[in-house]
Design a protein around this ligand. Structure first.
Ligand code: PEP
Length: 260
């Protein structure tokens, strides 16, 4: 099955609204003639409105980096007394299509759990948002030989009770924690091996057509130089890009590599 590659920029806690609008406009201009690849940028919450305006009518989609979800009596709460938090419906109304969930920085610094990611996936679908679900092992876990076990647990936890029709629309970002923001990239073979294992697990959790439909991005120091080789692997369906997404020209090179 041929999956359209998906390149998403995770801007993390970078850019002011003014800077974000300019970067988004530069990205849109740089990729305007590139077809056959999906593109999204994920700015901080404060910059979503500015970026939505800057990319209106372009082939760049909008994503967010997190969402807050509360469940009470089996129902997802969509508003209320949760100072400082942002609900899925708010993102949807602001023009957001994608939400990054379970990023390793959120797992590490903000106590994000697999159960929390699962709840957020359910809430995203209820609100009409699509999740980009991040999984990946730490260096210590890789060196102890438990990469597959760790990633399997994260995938199983995220997809618990998510029906196949919804699962098929999700995106997974395999991001080895040791490769994020470190300049150390997984080799194409290392990444492909884990992507294939994730797809095999999805086949057992669902079925072959569903597993074949789910796009699995690689994330972790992907850049303008190494993107083409990573993206040439059969189970690498795109990239979640941190540092290199903050330079429109570099990001555009990665997007173009995904279009090939
Ligand atoms: C990320 O944060 O999702 C990421 C992959 O970052 P970087 O590209 O900077 O490693």
């Amino acid at each position: 099955m041929s999956r359209t590659k998906f390149i998403a920029g995770n801007w993390k806690m970078n850019t002011t609204p003014t800077e974000a609008a300019a970067l988004a406009a530069d990205v849109a201009a740089a990729v305007k003639d590139v077809n056959g690849v999906d593109v999204a940028v994920c700015p901080p919450y404060t910059n979503i409105a500015a970026v939505a305006a800057a990319i209106k009518g372009t082939n760049v989609q909008l994503g967010a980096q997190n969402v807050h979800v509360v469940e009470k009596d089996g129902k997802i709460v969509t508003s209320g007394a949760y100072t400082g938090e942002i609900a899925p419906g708010m993102l949807k109304d602001a023009g957001v299509a994608w939400v990054i969930l379970g990023h390793s920085e959120r797992r590490q610094y903000f106590g994000e759990t697999d159960a929390g990611v699962n709840l957020k996936i359910r809430a995203c679908f209820e609100a009409g948002l699509l999740p980009i679900i991040c999984v990946g092992e730490t260096l210590e876990q890789r060196e102890s030989g438990i990469t597959v076990k760790v990633v399997e647990e994260q995938v199983r936890g995220a997809y618990a009770n998510i029906p196949a029709a919804q699962a098929a629309k999700t995106v997974i970002a395999y991001e080895p924690v040791w490769a994020i923001g470190t300049g150390k990239t997984a080799s194409p073979e290392q990444a492909q091996e884990v992507h294939a294992q994730i797809r095999a697990l999805l086949t057992t959790l669902y079925d072959a057509p569903t597993a074949q439909a789910i796009r699995i991005q690689y994330g972790g120091s992907m850049n303008a130089k190494n993107a083409a080789e990573l993206l040439s692997q059969p189970d690498i369906d795109g990239g979640l890009i941190g540092g290199a997404a903050l330079k429109a020209a570099d990001f555009a090179v990665i997007v173009k590599a995904g279009a090939k």
